[in-house]
Design a protein around this ligand. Structure first.
Ligand SMILES: C[S@@+](CC[C@H](N)C(=O)[O-])C[C@H]1O[C@@H](n2cnc3c(N)ncnc32)[C@H](O)[C@@H]1O
Length: 221
């Protein structure tokens, strides 16, 4: 691979089905799309940006890599102008609510999209709940620690049979079964955080909420 990727972007890249037509929403520097082409995972795709600055950087990066015939830079908002040939959408490196907004505000554009890969930096339970409601189930999940930060990357695949309980939604149906070392590390750190918070003078309802969260975590790890 010529372009250098972070562990987070490598993890996303490895979850993308080979031969798919990918749109990377919020492509920024275009690194993921360029690496996907260089690795032979895709032969063409779309790199979407909605801000002039990042869009110019993106276009320059694609031209520098001499991939303008394979990766089309699109200046547009989210999936509002998603080409109908796209079957895999990536939305990475954004807050969970923003990712959900991007997908929900142009649902008709998802008609041909069989795979959605999401790296949300907040509201992971909401992401699981809302994207499932759009007609997808969770086919894969990865948890990684990159430069000291935990990331959960979720792969959704179109299906009409998604049944998840509260623990699945909160911890991830696959992650909570796998219980990887990174998963345990994340939640052991959260327990320590909660214990520190509980030494402070907090309102009763907050204490109760934190204690309940701690119990749920202990029941899983
Ligand atoms: C923090 S960067 C993440 C870049 C890359 N996806 C990654 O994971 O490393 C978020 C990028 O998404 C773009 N973005 C945010 N909202 C967007 C939207 N609605 N449509 C297209 N791009 C968007 C921003 O301009 C920014 O370049």
């Amino acid at each position: 691979m010529l372009v250098k990727l972070s562990l987070r972007l490598i993890t996303i890249l490895e979850m993308i089905p080979s031969g798919s037509v990918v749109a990377d929403v919020g492509s920024d520097h275009g690194k993921l799309m360029i690496a996907l082409y260089e690795e032979g995972i895709i032969s063409h795709g779309y790199a979407i940006e909605n801000k002039p600055g990042p869009y110019e950087i993106l276009k320059k990066a694609i031209m520098k890599a001499e991939l303008i015939d394979h990766i089309v830079p699109l200046f547009s908002d989210g999936i509002s102008e998603l080409p109908s040939c796209v079957n895999t959408v990536v939305v990475a490196g954004m807050g969970g609510k923003h990712i959900i907004d991007i997908l929900k505000s142009h649902q008709s554009k998802l008609a041909n999209v069989s795979t959605i890969i999401v790296d949300g930096h907040s509201c992971l339970p909401l992401i699981r709940e809302e994207i499932t409601k759009l007609g997808y189930n969770i086919a894969d999940e990865k948890i990684i620690k990159d430069s000291g930060v935990f990331y959960e990357i979720i792969k959704f695949v179109k299906s009409d049979t998604a049944m998840y309980n509260e623990s699945d939604v909160e911890f991830g149906p696959i992650l909570r079964q796998e219980k990887s070392a990174t998963f345990k590390e994340k939640y052991n750190e959260r327990i320590k955080e909660i214990d520190t918070l509980l030494t402070k003078d907090l309102p009763v309802d907050v204490v109760e909420k934190l204690n309940k969260e701690k119990e749920r975590i202990k029941g899983i790890i």
